[in-house]
Design a protein around this ligand. Structure first.
Ligand SMILES: Cc1cc2nc3c(=O)[nH]c(=O)nc-3n(C[C@H](O)[C@H](O)[C@H](O)COP(=O)(O)OP(=O)(O)OC[C@H]3O[C@@H](n4cnc5c(N)ncnc54)[C@H](O)[C@@H]3O)c2cc1C
Ligand SMILES: *[C@@H]1O[C@H](CO)[C@@H](O)[C@H](O)[C@H]1NC(C)=O
Ligand SMILES: *[C@@H]1O[C@H](CO)[C@@H](O)[C@H](O)[C@H]1NC(C)=O
Ligand SMILES: *[C@@H]1O[C@H](CO)[C@@H](O)[C@H](O)[C@H]1NC(C)=O
Length: 337
């Protein structure tokens, strides 16, 4: 009986998390993780990493979407609660979301019965920040700093015998030989690989600042957010639909600073560490599906796992577990098992 060979494409939070979950499922498989970029070259490293699925986030149906989110929360919360939690950059954090206009914005049907605390802000709390805040919620959730999590996950993967290859895949035929299944976690890269027109970039820009006195997160109007992580505080942001511009834009920088300092004035003295741009791989629904391709007379089994948009850090472990199930289904009947 020969061994099972699996390729995972993509070295962001989705690819790495899927690869380490596959190792748990198939202890003796050869698993290769192939990507053109790692760590600071991924969208994942731009993220603030707050666990907060958008209310519009969706998988194929409500039940599966809920399962992804609940499984993901359990994964992050369990990891946080181990001695590895700090190494992996995972911790608990609390904060506020405010809106001056719409009560719906401060509600989140995915989080309300999942996280330990999710409640309306009190009148007093609505006055914590300058501005005319009419609606607000306070909640406790998890934040994952990818500057820690990606190296941690890489180390786990290598320790368990995983192999990493750095190269850019132009088409599936070039890598299919020898793999029993290929798991596609290429984020926005899937747009070109798959000719997937449903996948669009939503451009985001952030400023990572040094402000260790900020222990609470804040969301305000107009895509304004302040999220403390392990080594910095992330100030954001913007959401520019279908923009492929991956350069830092100075007008966005000025606007982010202005909006964040208006919300939390003591950020004025926070030193900038770096400014980053990321293209969120948005697809509705997120695609976690299996497929069988015929390519040069060969049958290739693929499991897709991409299109997490602005919520990939939040949901990666949930879709990873689901992708593992699909891998198992697609290998059912494989003589190597
Ligand atoms: C400003 C900003 C803030 C964000 N904040 C949050 C947040 O607070 N919480 C949250 O949950 N999410 C947040 N996100 C979203 C999150 O960053 C993404 O959903 C997540 O990073 C997607 O992960 P991924 O692994 O699919 O993609 P990526 O991290 O982009 O990884 C894709 C991988 O595929 C590889 N690849 C692509 N094409 C090819 C190819 N052809 N050949 C070989 N390799 C290839 C790349 O090199 C890379 O390794 C934010 C995003 C931005 C931009
Ligand atoms: C994990 O959770 C348990 C029970 O809630 C707690 O007693 C323990 O201190 C936690 N461990 C870590 C490392 O956080
Ligand atoms: C990702 O999936 C698509 C199928 O939708 C395929 O075209 C593409 O080649 C896959 N990526 C790789 C490198 O296998
Ligand atoms: C958000 O943007 C709108 C339109 O530009 C503006 O009127 C409003 O004052 C902004 N809100 C805050 C809190 O800055």
């Amino acid at each position: 009986m020969s061994e099972l060979n699996i390729a995972v494409l993509g070295g962001g939070v989705v690819g790495l998390t899927t690869a380490i979950e596959l190792q748990k499922l198939y202890r003796n498989a050869n698993i290769d993780l192939i990507a053109s970029g790692f760590q600071s070259d991924t969208t994942s490293s731009v993220a603030a990493g707050l666990f907060r699925p958008g209310t519009s986030f969706c998988g194929p149906n409500e039940e599966i979407t809920r399962r992804w989110i609940n499984d993901a929360y359990r994964y992050w919360d369990d990891l946080r609660n181990t001695s590895e939690g700090a190494l992996a950059g995972v911790t608990e954090v609390s904060g506020y979301i405010f809106s001056s206009k719409y009560p719906n914005i401060v509600r989140n049907h995915y989080l309300e019965n999942l996280v330990p605390v999710y409640r309306p802000a009190t009148e007093k709390e609505l006055k914590l920040c300058p501005g005319n805040w009419k609606y607000g919620s306070f909640f406790t959730t998890i934040v994952t700093t990818c500057d820690y999590y990606l190296p941690w996950a890489t180390k786990k993967f290598l320790e368990k015998g995983g192999k990493i290859q750095k190269h850019h895949i132009k088409d599936i035929a070039s890598i299919s030989t020898g793999y029993d299944v290929i798991v596609n976690c290429t984020g926005l890269g899937a747009k070109w690989l798959c000719n997937d027109n449903k996948l669009v970039p939503i451009r985001g820009q952030v400023i990572k600042v040094e402000a260790p006195w900020i222990r609470t997160f804040f969301y305000g109007d107009n895509d304004t957010y302040i999220i403390p992580g392990f080594n910095s505080v992330t100030l954001g942001g913007c959401r520019q639909y279908e923009s492929y511009d991956d350069n830092v834009n100075k007008y966005d920088s000025l606007s982010i600073r202005e909006r964040c300092e208006a919300l939390v004035p003591n950020l004025k003295s926070a030193k900038t560490i770096k400014e980053l741009v990321g293209l969120r791989p948005h697809r509705s629904p997120v695609r976690v599906e299996k497929e069988v391709r015929h390519c040069n007379g060969q049958k290739i089994k693929i499991v897709h796992n991409y299109g997490h948009g602005g919520y990939g850090v939040t949901t990666a472990p949930g879709t990873a577990l689901y992708a593992c199930e699909l891998v198992r289904e697609s290998l059912a009947g494989n003589s190597k098992l």
